[in-house]
Design a protein around this ligand. Sequence first.
Ligand code: DQA
Length: 140
Amino acid sequence: MNLLIINGPNLNLLGTREKSIYGELSFEEYFMQLKKMFPNVEFEYYQSNIEGEIIDKLQQRGFSVDGIILNAGAYTHTSIAIADAIRSIPAHVIETHISNVHKREEYRHHSMIASACKGVIAGFGLDSYRLAIQSFILPC
Ligand code: DQA
């Protein structure tokens, strides 16, 4: 199985950014743990702060990977274009968030992309990514 993890804006700063919300680990450190947890999964990782680059990646890989774990960061709350890209590809996408966006500012409560995704996982810290991966391995 091959899975693509896409992180959107500011998630390159995990480990230094707002540690009380997002924790102390960089994504690169966590990614090494993930690869050990799922030795049979072939992972690709992509991060971009640019909306159009995230759309390009969804279009480029969304016809060949088995699934996509997408943390679109703040674009979650604004991007019709990312939602359209998700609807344009056959790969299932899981919207994933480190924080529980529903416990935070009201502008984070709405997702523009959730209705285009297979499911949403939020609020489990970095473990949200593991849970999203797990959902592809044991589909219900
Ligand atoms: C986030 C939540 C978003 O509201 C925020 O803009 C982020 C990170 C999360 O993983 O909790 O950048 O997607």
